[in-house]
Design a protein around this ligand. Structure first.
Ligand code: ZN
Ligand code: ZN
Length: 344
């Protein structure tokens, strides 16, 4: 099978012909139909992701058709599935408590085992997976592996965003735009922040209520727009300037959700803890989504309450992956890239 392999950090991925993966006894082999290219893949590509080492096949945001099923699998050949990027064990105390995204024993295709930048991907523990609903394209569904699911859990599972509240979203890449669209669908008022005016215009064209071009004045502008500050603020980049703008834009008793991954040179940062103290703020960290939340999210999408298709900017080939990763080095245009052609 064709696969894009990380051989050297910051260098083009190596397109190689590799053996097809063995089928896990408790899971499936998927023929990859679509795989998103996510900022976490970029963290691995530049060598700042703690787990990703040379030899890795990236790609953790995938949708595929079952071509082989193990004896203990729950799905069958021919099923089309989406997978959360965290494959939980199902039996540890965290899993038993319904917090599968904090499982003590995680399998992570794309990070520490072969991912879906390949024609086929082995997926163990298929109890984590969900069937692709009728009418939802595999390209849009690829985001249900990481960015859309992470945003859904951040808003509903962590911050408990309520209709009528103000949601601020700092950074409108794949995960930020997902949070903005889902927040709006939940009935919140949404203000987005970015350094790229084109992304703000794109968000406004999708019905987002307000947009702020990032500056030293971001927090003050959001307090003005929201009449005192956002109730919930999502940080979707993982860097100090946006973390502090997110904390400072909140009203008293506001909730900051750390969705962006602070890693490598931004793993440690100065945070305005005075604002946290003075504002009686709550800080939430979040990563991934427990798979039992799939039905609620898929229900929002299939009932037409939210359209996630504006998230997809372009469909690309496997050999385009390196250029897409390199694009994360600088400001990005609106929307995300999804690999849909694995033959070239
Ligand atoms: Zn577990
Ligand atoms: Zn991701």
């Amino acid at each position: 099978m064709r696969a894009a392999v990380l051989r050297e950090y910051n260098a083009p991925l190596s397109i190689e012909d590799l053996p097809e993966p063995d089928c896990p006894s408790d899971g499936v082999v998927l023929r990859t139909i679509a795989c998103g290219i996510c900022r976490s893949d970029w963290h691995g590509w530049v060598g700042e992701h703690p787990r990703v080492k040379p030899g890795q096949i990236g790609g953790h945001e995938y949708c595929g058709e079952v071509v082989a099923a193990g004896p203990n699998a729950q799905f069958a050949v021919g099923d089309t599935l989406v997978a959360p990027f965290i494959l939980a064990c199902g039996t540890c105390p965290q899993c038993r408590a319904g917090q599968q995204n904090t499982c003590f024993d995680q399998r992570l295709p794309g990070f520490i085992e072969p991912g879906a930048f390949a024609e086929y991907v082995a997926v163990p523990r298929d109890h984590n997976l969900a069937r692709l609903p009728e009418g939802l394209s595999a390209t849009v569904a690829a985001g249900l592996g990481c960015r859309v699911t992470t945003s859904w859990h951040a808003l509903t599972g962590r911050a408990a965003l309520q209709a009528g509240e103000w949601l601020a979203v700092h950074g409108t890449g794949g995960i930020g735009l997902s949070a903005a669209l889902l927040g709006r669908a939940l009935g919140a008022n949404v203000v987005v922040v970015d350094v790229v005016q084109e992304k703000l215009d794109h968000a406004l064209s999708l019905g987002i209520d307000a947009a702020v071009l990032a500056s030293d004045d971001t927090a003050a502008q959001i307090k003005e727009i929201t009449g005192g500050g956002a109730h919930v603020s999502v940080e979707a980049l993982g860097i100090p300037v946006t973390v502090n703008a997110s904390i400072r834009c909140l009203r008293v008793l506001g909730r900051h959700v750390q969705v962006g991954m602070p890693v490598g040179h931004t793993a440690q940062m100065d945070v305005d803890m005075s604002a946290v103290y003075q504002g009686n703020l709550a800080l939430y960290g979040t990563r991934g989504m427990p798979s039992w939340r799939y039905p609620s999210l898929l229900g929002m999408i299939t009932s037409g309450k939210v359209d996630m298709s504006p998230l997809i900017a372009r469909e690309v080939a496997l050999s385009d992956t390196s250029a897409e990763l390199a694009a994360f080095n600088g400001p990005m245009p609106p929307g995300v890239a999804v690999i849909t052609d694995f033959t070239r």
